[in-house]
Design a protein around this ligand. Structure first.
Ligand code: NDP
Length: 419
């Protein structure tokens, strides 16, 4: 029985909250707190008649540590699940340290303004030293290790699907199938169609920043960076079919390179259709993906935030999205002296998700693992003082929970490998 404070009430949070309410034996009380409290109240009113979980709501500005501390002290949760944006990770972590409460999130920290003079020089140094230029990286949150240890609290970083389930798949493969893992290819395929010429499946600002950035992969102990979308492969995804996919930088590469001993190469591929890429390139070329404010008729406007207002809200894509996602990992390595390869993946159907929780599969595949990661912590199965990524824990109870809570997975031996 646990009381959890959930921050944010967008696409991912709506699914995680719905799943907590289905799992009221564990989550007997939740508070939904976000910037726009009316959204929290609307979700509470929708869910309350059909759950034993006691739901309350609050307004909070998660950029304001003092407001967060006040709320946490008043509600006294066992854990805080951060489903706001990566921009808020550090303030929420600070508040958790001050209140000595466990912390869970789904995406690693990045700053809202990439010209921020407190952040930029550290970023420029990291680009030079490590060789990848993504705006997000784990260093900011790993730096909380001692603070979390001193406070006697657990921090779980990145329990969505990727990162999250893909890292748990890796821990599971390492525990049960390999003595050594040599290569990991993480394949994220969305075979869904929402019928719009252009829309993003989760927060447009975070999504477009990620996919318009240079790609990178880990090979033989260092990063290799490539121009955005310059490595393309085709793959025949089980239950989805043949799709083009492109190599991207992705956050779990960084933690898996650190935590999987002897791994030689880690790559991440995501599928995109040509129309998505053409729209994105055009928006980028005209400056609409910029996060730097510009003056327009006397007002400061951040182009990518203005674009977000024009694009369809990802939370509204559910009823019109058809097709399936297939997200998983292909591993090669050695077991008992012999070479082996396996593919672990989940297939999720957009319309099935919509029927169950009124969301499309991207929010579903992130929100379900957010609930599961929180359940691991509040039930005491994953409890260590410090800050960790999910592959650092026993994967078995999490893998069982994926089957039980809507994201069943398969293991295929000798899959077709990615060139
Ligand atoms: P949304 O934009 O739909 O929701 C974000 C929510 O956070 C909104 O309710 C928003 O409030 C709230 N919020 C934003 N700023 C603040 C603030 N300062 N204080 C309080 N609340 C705030 O995003 P998604 O649901 O699509 O994504 C949520 C998270 O999940 C992101 O961090 C994203 O990167 C991550 N993610 C992780 C994935 C994974 O597989 N690991 C995959 C997809 C997403 P308001 O309603 O007022 O806008």
């Amino acid at each position: 029985m646990a009381r959890v404070l959930i921050i944010g009430c967008g696409g991912v949070a709506s699914v995680a909250i719905t799943k907590c309410c289905q799992n009221s034996e564990v989550f007997n009380e939740i508070m939904i707190a976000s910037r726009t409290e009316s959204k929290c109240k609307a979700l509470m009113e929708k869910l309350a008649p059909n759950t034993k979980t006691k739901i309350t709501t609050a307004h909070v500005d998660a950029d304001n540590k003092d407001e967060l501390v006040q709320l946490i002290k008043a509600y006294k949760p066992d854990a805080v699940l951060n489903l706001a944006l990566p921009y808020q990770d550090l303030t929420i972590m600070d508040a958790c340290v001050e209140c000595k409460v466990d912390y869970i999130d789904t995406a690693n920290y990045e700053p809202e303004d990439i010209e921020d003079p407190k952040w930029r020089p550290i970023y420029d140094k990291r680009c030079k030293e490590l060789g990848f230029s993504a705006y997000f990286d784990y260093s900011w949150q790993w730096a909380y290790m001692d603070k979390f240890k001193e406070a006697g609290i657990t921090g779980i970083l990145g329990t969505g699907f990727d990162p999250g389930v893909t890292s748990v798949f890796t821990a599971y493969a390492y525990k049960h199938y390999f003595d050594e893992i040599h290569t990991i290819d993480i394949l994220d395929c969305n075979g869904g169609d929402h019928g719009y010429p252009f829309a993003t499946n989760f927060n447009p600002e975070i999504n477009l920043r990620e996919v318009s950035a240079p790609g990178s992969y880990w090979e033989n102990g260092h990063w290799v960076e490539i121009p955005a979308m310059s490595i393309k492969r085709e793959y025949d995804f089980p239950e989805v079919g043949m799709k083009d996919m492109y190599l991207l930088h992705h956050e779990e590469i960084e933690s898996l390179a650190k935590n999987i001993p002897g791994v030689k190469r880690i790559r991440f591929f995501m599928t995109f259709g040509q129309s998505y890429l053409t729209h994105m390139k055009c928006l980028e070329n005209v400056g609409m993906l910029s996060t730097t404010p510009i003056k327009y008729e006397g007002h400061d406007i951040v182009p990518i935030q203005f674009l977000k207002e024009l694009l369809p809200d990802p939370a509204t894509l559910g009823p019109r999205t058809v097709g399936k996602t297939n997200i998983g990992c292909i591993y090669t390595g050695i077991k008992d002296g012999k070479e082996r390869s396996i593919y672990i993946y989940n297939v999720c159907d957009h319309q099935e998700c919509y029927k169950e929780v009124q969301s499309q599969a991207i929010s579903y595949t992130t929100g379900v693992p957010a609930m599961i990661g929180t359940m691991m912590v509040v039930s005491g199965l994953w409890k260590k003082d410090g800050v960790f990524t999910v592959e650092e824990f026993d994967p078995d109870p999490y893998m069982e929970a994926l089957n039980k809570w809507g994201l069943p997975w398969k293991v295929v031996t000798d899959p077709v490998l990615v060139e």
